[in-house]
Ligand binder design. Structure first.
Ligand SMILES: Cc1cc2nc3c(=O)[nH]c(=O)nc-3n(C[C@H](O)[C@H](O)[C@H](O)COP(=O)(O)OP(=O)(O)OC[C@H]3O[C@@H](n4cnc5c(N)ncnc54)[C@H](O)[C@@H]3O)c2cc1C
Length: 371
């Protein structure tokens, strides 16, 4: 596996997704020898862009870069040009298409508004954080919760929302009365011209990468050979052959429809479908993000329940997080040079791209300071 002679000393990075690629880039720029080992035949991890008749789409899931972190934004925009896209989402509910997050001004026009208004007036001062459902009903009332959230959540997680932790709900669910229709309030938002692989290409341009080599704990000696630090960005349950048990993940599958001659098929980049009568959770039209114009478009329908490690599952009891911590302890207990974890897989957290880049910046700084 190794390219560097052991005497030279390098930082070896497992995984060439955004986390691994960013750490490797930063170390390389700082003058450190670095080598990345990637399990897939191509790099980029979740960040994929494909094209049908020249129309760009994201076959592994839609990605919008948004951040309030100026250093992260400077780093990525210093590598590739970002188109000034601001993300809006709409949702199919109450037999029409509404803004997402919901806006009170639109809800007031619904025939069911009197009932919704009564429920909103009866809300507790603070939502009950016992579980995901209790928190959402506390914020939105029963009618809005059932119509906008429940079906989407059951489909997305394959779980009763009462078994899901409330922890991440405040970040995702809100009720607005300010007419602000962008999904994110972050000052910096965009989509890399030509797609995300260009960003990963730019990060790895001058970095040696071994591709198609999936490593496990059995390869640890080889991973450490000649390395004075190792950065792990892969899933730890897989790395340790699940010997403490499998960490549950929820995955999505996209079905992509090319529509010749159609300029736009959706009203915006993403339209949610919370109805339990439809199997998909959302439709995505990347053409809104890519800024492409002219005839022809691709609409991607997202179906949850695929066997992929996309979203860690935050159960109410916290059992999954506890297992993830045990795997981290296993990694820490291995012999060899200092090792660092970064990215969504190794940390068993759902993190956005800007948080991944922030983790990579912090990790690279720690390595440069400590090793
Ligand atoms: C459906 C979906 C939509 C998303 N939308 C957004 C969005 O709109 N905005 C946003 O900011 N973020 C979004 N994200 C999150 C974003 O994709 C991640 O934050 C980011 O891509 C994670 O990068 P990573 O390097 O941590 O992980 P990955 O992208 O998973 O990269 C890990 C890499 O490690 C490799 N690897 C794994 N195991 C091994 C092994 N054993 N040996 C060697 N290599 C290995 C993999 O092949 C992969 O290349 C979305 C995620 C998903 C799943």
């Amino acid at each position: 596996m190794t390219h560097y002679h052991p005497a030279m000393g390098c930082v070896r990075v497992i995984g060439a997704g955004l986390a691994g690629a960013t750490v490797a880039h930063l170390l390389h720029v700082a003058g450190r020898a670095v080598e990345v080992v990637e399990g897939d035949p191509t790099w980029g991890g979740q960040l994929r862009t494909a094209s049908a008749a020249g129309i760009l789409y994201e076959p592994a899931g839609a990605h919008i870069f948004h951040t309030a972190d100026a250093e992260v934004w400077r780093l990525v925009t210093g590598l590739v040009r970002f188109l000034p896209y601001r993300h809006t989402v709409r949702t199919e509910a109450f037999d029409r298409e509404l803004s997402w997050p919901p806006q009170l001004s639109e809800l007031r026009t619904l025939p069911r508004w009197p009932q919704i208004a009564r429920e909103l007036a009866a809300r507790p001062a603070r939502p009950d954080a016992a579980n995901f459902e209790s928190w959402c009903v506390g914020l939105l009332g029963e009618t809005l919760y059932r119509e906008l959230i429940e079906g989407y959540t059951r489909k997305q997680w394959g779980e009763d929302p009462r078994n899901l932790a409330a922890g991440w709900a405040p970040k995702r669910i809100e009720l607005r009365d300010d007419g602000y229709t962008d999904l994110f309030r972050d000052p910096h938002q965009g989509w890399p011209e030509g797609g995300y692989p260009r960003l990963v290409d730019a990060l790895l341009r001058d970095v040696p990468v071994v591709m198609g080599r999936r490593v496990t704990v059995d390869d640890w000696d080889e991973v450490c050979a000649g390395a004075d630090a190792v950065v792990v960005t892969c899933a730890l349950d897989e790395f340790f052959a699940e010997h403490l048990g499998r960490l549950p993940w929820r995955g999505v599958r996209l079905v992509n429809h090319y529509l010749p001659g159609v300029e736009h098929a959706l009203t915006c980049g993403v339209v949610n479908t919370p109805s339990p009568l439809r199997a998909h959770t959302r439709a995505i039209e990347t053409k809104w993000m890519s800024g492409q114009t002219g005839p022809g478009t691709v609409v991607s329908y997202e179906y949850p329940g695929a066997p992929a490690r996309h979203y860690p599952i935050d159960d109410v009891q916290g059992a999954n997080r506890a297992l993830a911590r045990r795997y981290l302890e296993e990694l820490a207990g291995l012999p060899g040079p200092p090792r660092y974890v970064a990215g969504r897989l190794a940390t068993y957290t759902y993190i956005d791209m800007d948080q991944v880049v922030r983790q990579a910046l912090n990790t690279a700084r720690r390595i440069l300071g400590e090793v």
